[in-house]
Every structure is written in structure tokens, then in C-alpha cells.
Write a protein that binds this ligand. Sequence first.
Ligand SMILES: C[S@@+](CC[C@H](N)C(=O)[O-])C[C@H]1O[C@@H](n2cnc3c(N)ncnc32)[C@H](O)[C@@H]1O
Length: 281
Amino acid sequence: MESGLASRTALGVALRRAVHQLADKPPHILDDPIAVPILGEKYRAALADAVARKDEPGSKVLRTWVVMRSRYAEDKLAEAVARGVRQYVLLGAGLDTFAHRNPHPNLRVFEVDYPATQEWKRSLLAQSNLPPEPHITYVPVDFEQQDLAEELARDGFDFSAPAVFAWLGVIMYLPLPAFRKTISTIATLPNGSAVIMDYALPASHVPLAERLGRAVLEERVKRIGEPFQLFLTPQQIREELAAFTTIEDLDAAPLNERYFANRRDKLRLHGHSARIVCAWR
Ligand SMILES: C[S@@+](CC[C@H](N)C(=O)[O-])C[C@H]1O[C@@H](n2cnc3c(N)ncnc32)[C@H](O)[C@@H]1O
């Protein structure tokens, strides 16, 4: 992250979620009636531009991944809530709108993010008349500089009760020590807790035909000051998550079957450069 500046990649993925609502046909992979309003007047032109580019290959690849990963996390959360979990933590929340669509009574939502990104999100919410809700707690944290456990505890998070953590589109922007520190905090939580995150494979594990597309994306995020720093193989992910008991680690094929099967518009995930994992304590 560039010191003191809100995340621009957070805006990029929020625009993709909004394009999904406006330009993809129902049924939506992620039903998100707040995705457009949260962008407000300020990003109206950027959204129109993103809609116009909706069929560009890069736009579709990113959009389908972004809406799928939120849907996947929210499905896992629903499973956990059915088993009694009452705390959801969005790590690097960006403009994620789950907290404003939360269908689970008694679920507390903690939104953790880089302080400048969180401030920017809260100003957008205010401008769009999306008021702060009592079940949402905002916890500003820089994973590289601050202690997540300390900050969560200060804001009333209960470390003796299970929780689900969603860490979507974030870990690739972190150095390994910051990733490990956060995982070790989550690993202190009781059984029934889970972490869901997507991760980027090293270029050596990306098929040749996709390496150019990956390089273009890497160059773009580097240019805006948020370079990818962390690449992991499935083997390394298993090692990093050794403290967890059950791990589901998926690539595009099973996710296409689960979420995109039989769509008339042929919307589906493409590529093999990213995976999503759900690890349970
Ligand atoms: C690509 S955005 C993803 C946002 C959100 N999870 C989503 O899916 O829309 C990356 C997010 O990671 C956060 N982030 C990156 N580095 C961070 C750090 N060192 N500490 C806290 N948050 C960080 C950014 O502020 C941003 O919200």
C-alpha cells in the first residue's frame, strides 16, 4: 500500500461487482444491491466506462473471479452461522458490502482494513446515505505495522468464540511475514472457526498461455502502488495452514461446476493463476 492512500485495487474490484449487477444477466453469482450505490456519484463515470468494457477478456476474467470469491465466502459463512458462529471478520474489506446486506440476525461483522482505505469507504457510505449499522465494527489495521489480535480485542472481538474470516483479494499484496502473523492470530481461535482467502500461484505454476495476462495484471497493480508480493503453490498453502484441520482448496474447474453451470450467457471462470481456499479449525 502507498502510505496514507486508500487502496485503488479496492475500487477496481468494487467496480467489477457493480458491473456484474448492471451488465450480467440474472441469476447473479453475487446478488449485491449495494454494489452500485456504494460507488455513488463520485465513480459514476468510472462505472459507465467499466460497463462499456465488460466484454473485454481481462474485465470478464477479473469480474467472474471477484463475484465468485465473495459468493463462496458468504456461502461458507452461512454454513458456519448454521453451526452457531456469530462473528464475521472481513480482512482487507475494501468496498465489500456484505455488512449492509447481512441476512444473519445476531452476526457481528468486523471490517478490518488499511486505515486510509477504511476512511475512504466510510466517506463513500456516508455520501450514499448508507448509515453505520450497530452490528458493524470498523477496525483500522495495517497488517504490516500493527497487531491484528490487539486491535480486534480492543474493539470487542471475542477470541473465546469461533469466527469466520474472509481475506479476499488481499494476501497477494502482503509480504510473507505479515501473512503469517495474521494466520497465526486466526489459528488461536476455537474449533468451528474458518478462514477463506484467494491466492495467486507463482508464474512457474501458471500455464504458459496465461502468463502474459498475469504479467499485464501484475504491471497494472505495480503501477498504482500495490504490487503483488506473495505467490504460493497449493503445497505451500497446505504448509502455511498446518494449524487448520480441514482444507478445501479449489481452482476454476470445481468452482465453475458449483457456481456457473448451465448459464445461458456462458459466464464462467477462466484461467489457472488463482485459487480459493477455505480452512477450518
Ligand atoms: C483488491 S482490494 C480487495 C478488497 C476486498 N476484499 C474486496 O474483495 O473487494 C485489497 C484490499 O487489501 C487491503 N490491504 C492491502 N494491504 C494491506 C495492509 N498492509 N493492511 C491492511 N489492509 C491492506 C486494501 O486496503 C484493500 O482493501
